[in-house]
Design a protein around this ligand. Sequence first.
Ligand SMILES: [Fe+2]
Ligand SMILES: [Fe+2]
Length: 319
Amino acid sequence: MTHPGEPSDAPDASMPLVRLAHFSDVHVCLDKYRFGMRDLFSKRTAGWVNLRLLGRAHRFRHADQALRALARDLELRQPDHRVFSGDASCLGFDEEFAEAAEILGIQRFPGIAVPGNHDHLLRRTVSAGMFERRFSPWQEGVRLDKAIYPFAQRVGPLWLVAVNSSKPNALPWDATGAVGQNQLDRLARLLDQLDGGLRVLVTHYPVRLDNGKPEWRTRRLRDLEKLVRVAEEGGVALWMHGHRHHAYHHKAGNGLPFAVICSGSATQTGRWSYGEYTIQGNILVARRRLYSPADNLFIPGDSFTLELPRGLESPLAVT
Ligand SMILES: [Fe+2]
Ligand SMILES: [Fe+2]
């Protein structure tokens, strides 16, 4: 029982409600890759070795089937908005993006998408905006200085704010990300300009691991501390991400100014799941949905509740 003055984790039924579907790391792979000369001397070769020789292809051998089941489940569940936190592809090929976008029906359903490190693998495909072109319907929003990132989408009582934390890296073992000072500056200004509503940051890289420790040095977001500071000052209440392939979450507190949810991979064998979040006021009720290969569909999994910091929430959120 909740006493006056104590926090309650029961949603306030008078507040507007929004339902998000959060999925990530679908890693569409092609049966055959056509490598050009430039690919042979690029990060794609290291990615191919990882894919074919180090087990990634085996871990994602049923990805196509699971992704199609995910699309069917989303059509049935009818969330208000889809949130994709990156790694649509294995090697950043346009054919992979096209297949992921087509199966997910991004032309037909509202959503938001950010690239993962596998999507922004090469400088030339990033410059060409390959991921962004295929996912353009999920990249509409309020943005500054005509820059692609960050951008913000109003979804009912929320602001979803997309930040690109992925970047190409030259060295084979380097899977680090970075937001960059220019994007950080724009993010601070964008958060300053948004009107009321809970702010939710959507990005690929995690804040911390499941056990609370920092991400490995070769896999971490290089300017994490700066991004956390900008997000905190901008009143971010929730950080949604992927990159790690198992699902976990952290509540706000204990050094975290906002709650964090990693959706895990929707298509990796044995880990396949996605999150369905109902947010009302500052209460988030999450229900995980797990892929059942025997049934070829997603079935209910565990659930949890998070109390989100109110941050810069204004009366707009209660209209
Ligand atoms: Fe991934
Ligand atoms: Fe990743």
